[in-house]
Design a binder for this molecule. Structure first.
Ligand code: NAP
Length: 187
């Protein structure tokens, strides 16, 4: 059955990017053994992200028009949320959408064909799915840094019922991976 998962890395104080929208604090750990990303992405059938995350991928990973240009990294269909017209990427299955996440969720589940839906980020977009009862799990990798400010991991109050901890895994002397299930209020 399809699960909607918010899978991301965060600083210890709850930011997924620093105040300059940089991931340099995370990149420093590239090469640390133990990532489960390959296993995770294998089970993903559709993914969604907001425009800041998409722009970050364009600027730092894909770099269109430069000698270092890279292909779009996902084979799954992707939905990018923005109120603006953003540049597309040749050969990538990207659908640009805006507004209510509920109809988009329906399209994503259908496209996923029984695989999972990945909310890549940011935190408010994951929150929009949560607001409508459409977020099933959080898979959060905590890096051993604090950032003080930046893009919030999940700017929502989730306190009662609390999240249910499914597992906590350490990853070398660097990361802790917390896997939570979102619990629905009774009734
Ligand atoms: N640590 C990690 O593993 C990780 C993972 C993912 C992302 N990141 C980073 O975290 C940062 C996240 O940035 P962010 O907090 O700004 O979040 P974001 O979700 O990437 O972008 C937010 C923007 O998306 C658009 N948007 C969101 N929901 C929308 C909706 N329902 N309809 C229309 N547009 C919508 C809005 O911009 P417009 O309407 O103006 O376009 C909004 O300001 C980025 O720097 C990203 O690179 C880190």
């Amino acid at each position: 059955m399809t699960k909607t998962q918010y899978y991301t890395a965060t600083s210890l104080d709850g930011f997924i990017a620093d105040a300059a929208n940089s991931l340099g604090w995370l990149d420093q750990f590239e090469g640390v053994d133990g990532s489960d990303y390959e296993e995770f992405i294998e089970a993903v059938g559709a993914l969604a992200m907001g425009s800041t995350t998409y722009q970050w991928l364009l600027d730092h990973h894909i770099r269109p028009g430069t000698p270092e240009q890279q292909p779009w990294p996902y084979s799954q269909p992707a939905w990018v949320f923005s109120s603006r017209d953003l540049p597309a990427i040749d050969g990538a299955d990207i659908r640009f959408v805006r507004g209510d996440v509920r109809p988009v969720y329906g399209e994503m589940v259908q496209a996923a064909g029984g695989k999972n839906v990945w909310i890549v980020g940011g935190g408010d977009l994951a929150g929009q799915f949560y607001d409508h009862g459409l977020l099933d799990e959080l898979i959060i990798t905590i890096a051993p840094v604090t950032l003080g400010s930046g893009a919030s991991l999940l700017p929502r109050v989730i306190a009662s019922p609390p999240l249910l901890l499914l597992s906590a895994t350490t990853w070398g002397k660097t990361f802790v991976r917390l896997h939570y299930q979102v619990q629905r209020p009774p009734g």
